[in-house]
Design a protein around this ligand. Structure first.
Ligand code: NAP
Ligand code: GDD
Length: 383
């Protein structure tokens, strides 16, 4: 019999990659998804199994991190060997608009899982992974950040996650639970939510290259992040729960890059070189040159752009609405402990990931254009 895992946040970026990974390892995977008025399972539709199929390996349950009764019932029914608590209101900027909800879902939600496991008498059986975050370091106290670096959260999201982090440590110490924190630095992929900065950039680069959009508006382009690939990071989550002893681990690449440089890299994937001018709210990037053969190789030559690209056009500008009341300026992690104890190493570097994300978005934008046009005028967009 394979192990049984329960994933909260199964419909998110990490939930999708982790489900795939665990299924390949022979797990039976249960996932908790929220009820929504539209389908919200696009990232895991390829894993879906009809409820009438016998001996399913992938089973979804309706649930919500703000509902203790429901979480307790699901855990009782599933009797999981491993719980991966990935569900969260995960957008830092949005958490300033919905601070109480972020505290409830991300902070108290973690407590609900731990307490359900304890009250159901599953302390010995069930191991728990908590999706902690490099946002805990916030206004960083040292560079790079390790498991020992003090926390200084800078958003309602990060403060809620701080509670999650410490309640996991407390339940581990108080009740001997196998509960661990993965302090994961930013990780991205073609499945990344569209409003996080990397995906926002790769989508816009694709639209601008295809002549569907004129300009990408961003907030603080000087912020620096340690960006890895979600596929690499879900391997670390699993490895953490396979250790004999529960513990907390930083998962990071050790390389930090500014948002501005990420923009440069994404545009250069389609052969476009940018020149940045001005600073602060006045900063913009203009189109300096286009490598035509690379452009055609990545974007194709068959499309019918409604906006023509011209040298000197501003294709990136700043919009203050994307600034945060308090910002996290720089994150860079030291994952030595994960390397030494878990044997974890990332397979992707940033350049590989940017390439994958831009190419995936070009494909997606071509498909969307085809569908929006009823598959008629822009037939050539579709591959
Ligand atoms: P994501 O794509 O935003 O996915 C979040 C998941 O949580 C979605 O499935 C979402 O459901 C679900 N969710 C949100 N509120 C919920 C609620 N009240 N009840 C039940 N489910 C709820 O996030 P991700 O990038 O996969 O990240 C996974 C986890 O790791 C999150 O806890 C995040 O805070 C943390 N983390 C992420 C990163 C990163 O860089 N990606 C780094 C460190 C830590 P819907 O699909 O219905 O919205
Ligand atoms: N989203 C967004 N949109 N961010 C922008 C923009 C913009 O238009 N312009 C600049 N940024 C800057 C933000 O101010 C921030 O400094 C940086 O880009 C990264 O923003 P996000 O991609 O939204 O990610 P995050 O670092 O705030 O949070 C993500 O990573 C955390 C781990 O460190 C999320 O996935 C969190 O859930 C996660 O915990």
């Amino acid at each position: 019999m394979g192990k049984v895992a329960l994933i909260t946040g199964v419909t998110g970026q990490d939930g999708a990659y982790l489900s795939e990974y665990l299924l390949k390892l022979g797990y039976v995977v249960h996932g908790i998804k929220r009820r929504s008025s539209l389908f919200n399972t696009e990232r895991i539709d390829h894993l879906y199994e009809d409820p009438h199929v016998e001996n399913r390996n992938f089973i979804l349950h309706y649930g919500d991190m703000t509902d203790s009764l429901n979480l307790t019932r699901i855990i009782q029914e599933v009797q999981p060997d491993e719980i991966y608590n990935l569900a969260a209101m995960s957008h830092v900027k949005v958490s300033f608009d919905t601070p109480e909800y972020a505290a409830n879902a991300d902070g108290l939600g973690t407590l609900r899982i731990l307490e359900a496991v304890r009250l159901l008498g599953l302390t010995e059986k069930t191991r728990i992974y908590q999706a902690s975050t490099s946002e805990l370091y916030g206004w960083v106290r040292e560079i790079p950040q390790t498991e020992k670096t003090p926390f200084y959260p800078r958003s309602p999201y990060a403060v809620a996650k701080l509670y999650g982090y410490w309640i996991v440590v407390n339940y581990r110490e108080a009740y001997g639970m196998h509960a661990s924190n993965g302090i994961l630095f930013n990780h991205e992929s073609p499945l990344r939510g569209e409003t996080f900065v990397t995906r926002k950039i790769t989508r816009s680069v694709s639209k601008i290259a295809l002549g569907q959009e004129k300009c990408l508006y961003l907030g603080n382009m000087s912020a620096k992040r340690d960006w890895g690939h979600a596929k690499d990071y879900v391997r670390a989550m699993h490895a953490i729960l396979q250790q004999e002893k529960p513990d907390d681990y930083v998962i990071a690449t050790g390389v930090t890059t500014s948002v501005r440089d990420f923009v440069r890299m994404a545009f250069s994937e389609v052969g476009i070189t940018l020149q940045f001018e001005g600073c602060g709210i006045e900063e913009k990037a203009v189109l300096q040159s286009i490598d035509e053969s690379l452009f055609i190789e990545t974007v194709g030559s068959e499309y019918l752009p409604s906006i023509q690209l011209r040298l000197g056009d501003a294709v990136v500008a700043v919009d203050s609405r994307y600034f945060r009341p308090t910002e996290v300026d720089l994150l860079v992690g030291d994952a030595s402990k994960a390397r030494n104890v878990l044997g974890w190493e990332p397979e992707y570097d940033l350049a590989m990931m940017v390439k994958e994300m831009v190419n995936a978005d070009i494909k997606l934008m071509k498909r969307d254009a085809f569908l929006q046009a009823g598959g008629y005028k822009t037939l050539k967009y579709f591959e």
